[in-house]
Design a binder for this molecule. Sequence first.
Ligand SMILES: Nc1ncnc2c1ncn2[C@@H]1O[C@H](COP(=O)(O)OP(=O)(O)OP(=O)(O)O)[C@@H](O)[C@H]1O
Ligand SMILES: [Mg+2]
Length: 1041
Amino acid sequence: MIIHVVASDGVRAMMESALTARDRVGVQDFVLLENYTSEAAFIENLRKRFKENLIYTYIGSVLVSVNPYKDLEIYTKNHMERYRGVNFYEVSPHIYAVADNSYRSLRTERKDQCILISGESGAGKTEASKKILQYYAVTCPASDQVQTVKDRLLQSNPVLEAFGNAKTLRNDNSSRFGKYMDIQFDFKGAPVGGHIINYLLEKSRVVHQNHGERNFHIFYQLIEGGEEDLLRRLGLERNPQQYQYLVKVRIWLFTRDTKLAKLFWEPLGNCPKVSSINDRSDWKVVRKALTVIGFNEDDVEELLNIIASVLHLGNVQYGGEEGNACITSDTQIKYLARLMSPLNLEQASSARDALSKAVYGRTFTWLVNKINASLAYTDDSFKNYSVIGLLDIYGFEVFQNNSFEQFCINYCNEKLQQLFIELTLKSEQEEYEAEGITWEPVQYFNNKIICDLVEEKFKGIISILDEECLRPGDASDLTFLEKLEDTVGGHAHFVTHKLADAKTRKVMGRDEFRLLHYAGEVNYNVNGFLDKNNDLLFRNLKEVMCMSENKILTQCFDREELSDKKRPETAATQFKASLAKLMEILMSKEPSYVRCIKPNDSKQAVRFDEVLIRHQVKYLGLMENLRVRRAGFAYRRRYEVFLQRYKSLCPDTWPNWQGKLADGVATLVKHLGYKPEEYKLGRSKIFIRFPKTLFATEDALETRKHSLATKLQAGWKGYSQKSKYQKLRTSAITIQAWWRGILARRRAQQRRQAAATIRRFIKGFIYRHKERCPENEYFLDYVRYSFLMKLRKNLPKNVLDKSWPTPPAALTEASEHLRKLCMQNMVWSYCKKISPEWKLQMEQKMTASEIFKDKKDNYPQSVPKLFVSTRLNGEDINPKVLQALGSEKMKYAVPVTKYDRKGYKPRSRQLLLTSNSAVIVEEGKLKQRIDYGALKGISVSSLSDGLFVLHVPSDDNKQKGDVVLQSDHVIETLTKIAICSDKVNSININQGSIKFTVGQGKEGIIDFTPGSELLVAKAKNGHLSVVSLQSSSVILLCKCL
Ligand SMILES: Nc1ncnc2c1ncn2[C@@H]1O[C@H](COP(=O)(O)OP(=O)(O)OP(=O)(O)O)[C@@H](O)[C@H]1O
Ligand SMILES: [Mg+2]
């Protein structure tokens, strides 16, 4: 057969991994082996990696796993996380990578997946399937309900292993049944259910085992771990040696002469102890698991009842009289005696064993169904779930003596190999054809010929076996052998002792036939083939079982079966049918492969038995597998997928190719510089021959991605910033609009109010003279208010400021009150602030005002000039005068001019005012002293001159008559004299002339006339004539001064 291979996407990914993440030791993908056709190189790579505890290696998408026989720290939660959602090529090979890849394909492509785990007994299939299940349980999303399903999926394993696994010579925990398990996922990728299909349990193990092997684990677990109470109820003793089925071993003896093997079952009386098995703790695990799966106490009790019954049944012994069997053991099941009575000893034993096998076998099937019920996906609303199938089925087995079971098991492995060929090699060939691609031929062995040998209708071994079973007459295992020789004797893969050459005869018994399986040669001993194939149970035994009160047994033994006259299908035919069904199931799914290899036969870590491994590499077809991978095109991609992935690498195809896909891909690869021998374009796919071509493209994409990412980032940032800005902008505009609205509404309201106010105001104005009424009250109030406000701002600043706003009519009175109050207030505060000196000054000025205001012409000029306290200081006055005055306090002194009484000659004198008198001084002499009491009056003109007369009594001799004086500060001087002498009212202001006495009753007259110049002189009439400046002249003069 010629085959070409194109790897799937997964393969591509892994090969990339191998190149980019090359291992320290060996290559992690055999595809990368330099010498890929060399088996030695292949095994050397395995050995190197095994030594480094690297137990996983790929051949493309196929995972090769070598059993390490020790716990490796590579199954932790961290490891699971590392493989979760990561492409194959990014991490080193692992069972988790396979699990994850299937899961991702399931999710992205929505296609059901299956993972086929193959390898011989003890190679690690069951462990691998458990690891996969654990991976899904941990990494898949889960709700509470899903958690229950996850628990049940996980817990189904210990239960099925307890009932279906046993210690064999090859494996302490060998699966003695085939198992296909569907894990159902909902659209969210959560595991929501499961379904298990079991295949051909090795029932014969219930009644006897090979030397060094054990019965199914459950028997030992129950006896070792079961509580005392439980054992008592079941009538069991805690000693496995007590039970024939646990101690009876099968021994084959060869007779030298006949070369026929003779089978013995001997109760050797010892159950093999296995250090790797702890039945007691396993019991606890199983009990817990049963509960998780949904067994209640009654279910468990019934189930264990059956297990105990099988043990009891094994202990039923026969004694024989006249060749007939009767039960000798001391049990109560007397009915058995009746049932067995017409049988001879051998028949009775085999009937008993048949019953035990049937009971156990059917119970096992019931158990699987029960688990299925608990795993069933119950949500009817969503039936459209996806599935990942896990196939863990017994591996290819070769013992020293192989029987019907090995025949079935190895046939099963042939079928799986066929499937492998169908699904990968052949289908790939077909794809090349469909795509119109030419390929290089690769030779590989197609085992269809062996499958046909076994299963072909009428001509196949199973058909012949069935025929012998059904044939009336003396059919036996040996006649079956003969029939085989007659029918398939000429087949290239079939040999018997009779047909063999001399060399082969030496290693074959006469009751054996040899099949040349794809995996190697196996001799099968025909002894027991017919019985096992018939798998018959006496009708009356069935009847009895139907009557059982045990609920499980009533389900296992259906009454309808009794009435069914049709002969049941033989075991081999049933098995064949179930395998055909399995193939169908697997064919409908996308497969992944795990190929398990056992490193040695002694279950030892580290030991790498090259011979054993070479054998497995060969029969697993790994070399062919590798050759095929390397020979054809390494990759294929649908045009749209390829273009979609790499279009960014060519300007013509980026960002989108508008034309036909094939043209797009052609343009792209041309741009990438692919050489013609590196690729082929099919009808819908591109085929790439070498991994390196694709790696180079991947590398280019990786580089391109960075620049694209930068661009995208920039684009995205721009976009996000822009939208952020737009959002801010619209928000701002909204706020603005809102605020403007508020403002506009406010303004409108203000305008409305203003208009109303104005209207009210005008109305008020019109009604202003009316009585207070609603029409004018606002106006009136406003006028008042605004007057008061205006007043507040325009209050007089000082006492002299007489300004005052004009009040409205209504406020005239109030305004007057206010004005007064204000003035009082100002006066009061002015007074409060005034100093004593200033007060004195003001008092004197007031006095001056009282005396002279409007009476004397030069008074107004004196007003702005401040009065001084004295015009002469101490140094201006002669000390003699001061001495003469003594203690008299001087209050004021001023230089004056004295006019003689006779000739009116002017003389310079000083006028001193003391507290008692006014004194006229000439140099150091006191010329005249006028006591204030003696001062009769003071006369002064109304004009602007400075003359004044101090009148004294004429009869006073001390005095020389009235004194005529002139002072430059006449107003100040006179005011001081008036105050000091307390003669304010004694000042006479005269118009025209003043009369005065000049001693001894004589009289003098002073005439005052206004003129343009001040002139004091004796007139011709003897009067003193004084020409005073006219008031206008005075003002002018003052201004000039
Ligand atoms: N990955 C592993 N790591 C550690 N030990 C392992 C691993 N795989 C297998 N083993 C050991 O090998 C033993 C046999 O493995 P397992 O039961 O999976 O074999 P199998 O292929 O299922 O055999 P059978 O066909 O008899 O059922 C396990 O009990 C375990 O001790
Ligand atoms: Mg197993």
